[in-house]
Design a protein around this ligand. Structure first.
Ligand SMILES: [Zn+2]
Ligand SMILES: [Zn+2]
Ligand SMILES: [Zn+2]
Length: 355
């Protein structure tokens, strides 16, 4: 960040300047003096400097930062709660619809097939719903309390690169961002996710990733099992046009066969039972949701690999940021101890996860 202003280091430094250059101090206009919000020390700054940094505590003052109000906060919370209810209902609908549509089919194939499917369904449902609940209702990460506002309680460099959050009226570190939807400052904030109605931050980022992984596996399983079950309940497909054999393997034949298959399938959907329609819906819903979540999961995993969050990626300049390393995954999921025991040669660093 470029700081156009100069600032005095401390009260003692300011007194030294005052005694040695009294004629200069008296010429300074009143609006050149300001008080550091971090340590309360008076600073001499240029009136043209919108952003300046305290030489003692390191706190950054931004004159351009507007005094903010939490307008529309209640509406944002209401929108988030509605999203959470819709997502929960959708998940319960998929689970119940899946049970109703798939169970008779898999149990009619074999008892072992039914038991296997039941076990997988229970594991995926519990993991998806519990990780969703944790990501949704856990606090995203409250920044640690820090002393501020008075000298000498605030030591030298005690508020290095801290800015002031005008919403919460308290200091905000470079790792912290204020979320207007949650109405709070969040440590290591990644983004505000309306679908979980919560911020993704230091405290619930892991639950969010587990939720994404669990949902992607669940949607893949639902799409496979719904196709498998649909093949058993699908009405007979009647082809109207039978192509002569000598045109086999020709380009025209391939195209006609494809067209005829699609039309025959569409014709047969008229005779679909409600169970068959539910299976078609399950397949379309799981494939579309799964595709979107795979993209989001890939993006999230790439940020973890780089040792960053979505917001730190946005604010970092080219080349700046954490080290790209597979160890970032181990640090992120908190498996350092297991990694060190199982593979000491891989795990030889004690460096913490950089955001
Ligand atoms: Zn200060
Ligand atoms: Zn805040
Ligand atoms: Zn938020």
């Amino acid at each position: 960040m470029d700081f156009a202003a100069s600032s005095s280091a401390s009260t003692s430094a300011a007194n030294d300047v005052a005694s040695s250059q009294e004629h200069y101090i008296t010429s300074i206009e009143e609006d050149h003096e300001t008080t550091c919000w971090g340590c309360g020390i008076r600073l001499l700054v240029s009136p043209h400097a919108p952003i300046f940094k305290c030489g003692w505590c390191g706190a950054i003052t931004n004159k351009n930062a507007l005094k903010c109000d939490n307008q529309y906060y209640k509406w944002r919370r209401l929108r988030d709660r509605c999203f959470v209810i819709v997502v929960l209902m959708f998940m319960i609908f998929i689970i119940c619809g899946g049970i109703w549509a798939v169970y008779p089919v898999v149990f009619s194939i074999s008892f072992f097939c039914g038991i296997f499917h039941s076990t997988i369904t229970v594991i995926l449902s519990v993991s998806t719903l519990s990780s969703f609940g944790l990501a949704s209702f856990l606090s995203p990460g409250i920044p640690p309390r820090i002393l501020w506002g008075s000298y000498p309680a605030v030591g030298k460099g005690g508020l290095e690169n801290y800015t002031f959050c005008h919403y919460c009226s308290k200091p905000k570190s470079s790792r912290t961002h204020h979320c207007r939807s949650c109405g709070m400052c969040v440590l290591d904030m990644d983004h505000h996710c309306p679908f979980i109605g919560n911020c993704v931050g230091a405290a619930n980022h892991r639950c969010f990733i587990i939720f994404l992984i669990s949902t992607v596996i669940s949607t893949a399983y639902v799409s496979i099992i719904s196709v498998y079950a649909a093949l058993h309940v699908w009405p007979p497909v009647n082809f109207l046009d039978h192509q002569p054999l000598h045109r086999f393997f020709s380009y025209e034949m391939d195209l006609n066969l494809l067209k005829e298959t699609i039309f025959a399938l569409l014709r047969s959907t008229v005779f679909l039972t409600p169970r068959g329609i539910a299976l078609v819906y399950l397949f379309i819903a799981s494939v579309s949701v799964g595709t979107g979540l795979i993209v989001l999961l890939w993006q999230q995993l790439s940020y973890i690999y780089k040792g960053k969050t979505y917001l730190s990626q946005l604010s970092a300049s080219e080349g700046e940021g954490g080290e790209r390393d597979c160890k970032n995954f181990v640090r992120f999921f908190g498996c350092q101890y297991i990694a060190a025991r199982c593979c000491p040669t891989f795990w030889n660093s004690t460096k913490s996860h950089k955001k």
